[in-house]
Design a protein around this ligand. Structure first.
Ligand code: ADE
Length: 255
């Protein structure tokens, strides 16, 4: 997968790409991440990327030209180098990170992990000129109902969530599938050695070596945790008859 990030703070994004899963995904060739400094696409000698809003008011707006130039540059390189050769021309998703966008979820991360190329535009100040959104942007995404100072951290959140879903990106792909949310439920409690720490014991069943009992315990703990903390997730989760009767037993305990 290729991810291009357009930002006025390239150092901030590059720092996060140098560690952990994102670093390894690049080293193993699963991810080609490129960070572009918006100022490099400005059209004046002062490398201006923002300007006062028409109509007045506080704050600055990111000018259209540098963003259009950056996206055109990325797309031009793209079609010349890869898509034409591979005879596989899927246009990249051009994502603008904004609190006004659709809320980022595990489902959206899964969908995006199937794409071959994402272009992320990080806003700053009062955001981007509206014409960027009208003409260039295919998706507007928010990472939650709070306002950050820019789109860099949201872009990194998105990249991390998406890249770890690419098969091979994390050591144990299984564990991505068992994460909280990936199966519509919250994860079960996890334990590691020692079996007893400071008087607190790990559940016997996990030490039993009995795979079916362990599976059942984990499933029930996931259901219980979801029921207690995020009951609305149960409305859309895929649940077996066994799950449903366990949830009924939880409800009757609460009555
Ligand atoms: N930019 C500022 N706040 C944001 C948010 N919550 N999500 C996405 N982009 C943002």
């Amino acid at each position: 997968m290729k991810i291009d990030i357009i930002t006025v703070f390239p150092d901030m994004v590059e720092a996060a790409l140098k560690v952990g899963v994102l670093r390894r995904a690049q080293e193993s060739g699963l991810l080609l991440a490129r960070v572009h400094n918006l100022r490099d696409f400005a059209e004046d000698k002062h490398r201006t990327v923002d300007d006062y809003p028409y109509g007045g008011g506080s704050g600055m707006v990111l000018k259209p030209a540098p963003i259009f130039n950056a996206v055109r540059f990325i797309m031009k390189n793209d079609s010349e180098q890869q898509y034409v050769k591979a005879n596989r021309k899927t246009p990249p998703r051009v994502i603008y990170l904004t609190p006004q966008g659709q809320t980022f979820t595990q489902r959206l991360a899964e969908q995006l992990s199937l794409e071959s190329h994402l272009i992320l535009i990080c806003g700053r100040y009062k955001g981007v000129d509206e014409r960027v959104r009208q003409k260039l942007v295919t998706d507007e995404i928010s990472i939650g109902d709070y306002v950050l100072s820019g789109g860099e951290l949201p872009a990194l959140v998105l990249i991390d969530a998406v890249v770890r879903l690419i098969p091979g990106a994390i050591g144990d792909y299984e564990s991505a599938q068992e994460d909280s949310f990936s199966g519509d439920l919250l994860d079960c409690p996890n334990y590691t050695r020692p079996a007893e720490y400071d008087g607190m014991k790990a559940p016997e069943v996990l030490l039993s070596g009995h795979h079916e009992k362990v599976r059942k315990w984990r499933r029930q703990q996931s259901l219980k945790r979801t029921f207690e903390r995020r009951p609305e997730l149960l409305d859309t989760a895929y649940l077996s008859d066994e799950d449903l009767s366990f949830i009924e037993s939880l409800k009757s305990c609460n009555d």
